[in-house]
Design a protein around this ligand. Structure first.
Ligand code: GTR
Length: 421
């Protein structure tokens, strides 16, 4: 009898846990909160110069985001190697050159490889590159028949023909609407893209992907202050950058790291930690990305940690339903990108990602840009839809849903041409 009622209690508790979460979409119900000042250190010292930002504040913020949010990378790789798998001087109607490069990382005698697809302008000089992950394989970004299909595990997605967690010919070109490659090439920009599942499959499993390369004997998962999947995806963007620095065609060119949604979270963290990235674009990155956590609008810390327990460090769970105890917020992640150009974009109907929280985060990051003499977002009034603000910190909220659209890329390309040429 006792066991029976215990059982009923457990079932009831599990039931209420699932039923409990109701996202807040009502601005009047956003809690009062104190936003930490990016220009005051944890020891309450005021930061008045860019030099003391770099010396005192930036390192302590990086360290907090490392140990308590995304997790630390547990070491350095022992070796990397690059192999051009395929190269063609004429692609995309002779406007571009194509390259597919295999990057192999070695640690503790184990290896992991990923393939980067590159399109570079053929008829005009290369101004710079956009580097970003794709969700469903390099072969989905355009219908080019030569793009190699990844053998890595994929989330299923029936709308683009992915079943059995396997990428196939049926998915080729099915995400081309998210990649304005022709427009990039026309503007003198190249694209470097990687399937994120080759770094770490997007599932709650730490036996696959990059993590096991760093394990001590008998270790089964990262320690609490070590990287989850977002940390791994962000880190591998830097490993892709290692290649772009070496390739004679791309070396010395500005590389803008781009990401949508969960991959926008990874792009921001990569941009914050690796100053070799000249600029960063966050497209609808939401909770754990550009949006302020303390607003608890749409997706919350508890909710994201419950749905995706493997994305962040174990330590981040301390802040489930306790955002008020976070000594940082995401505007400080954005500030870590200063003084380099940053573009934060939202979509009007993407309330789950809290467009207003993404905008305010950009606004509250701006004093750090101003310390460097750069213009951030100077008003806390959100702009109208489809009315971008173009400063060193840029922002737009467009009409429509959670997605990457031609409109988004038009603005990113315009912004890149303003800042890097
Ligand atoms: C959602 C998640 C968001 C965002 C999104 C995506 O399910 O709650 O934080 O990352 O997925 O990546 O599309």
């Amino acid at each position: 009898m006792r066991y029976c009622s215990l059982f009923i209690c457990i079932i009831f508790a599990l039931g209420t846990m699932n039923a409990q979460f109701v996202a807040n979409y009502d601005e009047s119900k956003v809690p009062e909160f104190d936003l930490p000042d990016p220009l005051t250190t944890f020891a309450k010292k005021e930061v008045q110069t860019s030099a003391s930002w770099n010396k005192l504040r930036r390192p302590e913020l990086i360290s907090f985001f490392e140990t308590d949010v995304y997790g630390k990378v547990p070491g350095k790789i022992d070796a990397n190697s690059f192999k051009v798998l395929e190269e063609r001087n004429s692609a995309l109607g002779d406007r571009a050159k194509r390259k597919q490069v295999k990057v192999t990382l070695t640690k503790n005698g184990k290896t992991l490889s990923f393939t980067m697809l590159l399109y570079l302008p053929k008829q005009i000089a290369l101004n710079g590159l956009f580097l970003g992950y794709n969700f469903h394989g390099n072969h989905t970004v355009t219908d080019d028949p030569e793009i190699i299909i990844s053998k890595a595990w994929s989330l299923n997605n029936e709308s683009i023909g992915i079943t059995n967690n396997t990428l196939t010919e049926a998915n080729r070109g099915k995400r081309s609407s998210r990649w304005a490659i022709a427009k990039m090439i026309e503007a003198g920009y190249g694209l470097a893209t990687i399937y994120y599942g080759e770094i770490d499959p997007d599932k709650n499993d730490f036996t696959d992907g990059i993590h096991p390369l760093f394990y001590a004997e008998d270790q089964k998962r990262p320690a609490k202050d070590e990287w989850g999947s977002i940390g791994a995806w962000a880190w591998a963007l830097s490993r892709a950058m290692d290649y772009l620095e070496e390739d004679t065609e791309t070396t010395q060119k500005p590389v803008v790291v781009f990401g949508h949604s969960r991959l926008g979270k990874a792009a921001l963290w990569a941009g914050a930690t690796d100053t070799r990235f000249s600029g960063v674009i966050s497209n609808d990155s939401g909770c754990g990305g550009a949006a302020l956590s303390k607003r608890r609008f749409g997706e919350t810390v508890a909710r994201i940690n419950e749905s995706f327990p493997y994305w962040f460090s174990g330590n981040f769970k301390k802040f489930n339903n306790a955002e008020e105890h976070l000594p940082v917020d995401q505007h400080e992640l954005l500030a870590l990108i200063a003084p380099r150009p940053l573009y934060v974009a939202s979509a009007r109907e993407d309330e789950w990602a809290d467009p207003r929280g993404e905008f305010l985060s950009s606004y509250y990051a701006s004093p750090v840009y101003e310390l460097f003499g750069k213009k951030g977002i100077s008003s806390n009034q959100m702009p109208n839809v489809n009315s971008p603000i173009f400063n060193t910190v840029s922002y737009h909220v467009r009409t429509g849903k959670h997605d990457v659209t031609a409109y988004d890329w038009e603005q990113y390309i315009k912004w890149a041409l303003m800042h890097f040429n």
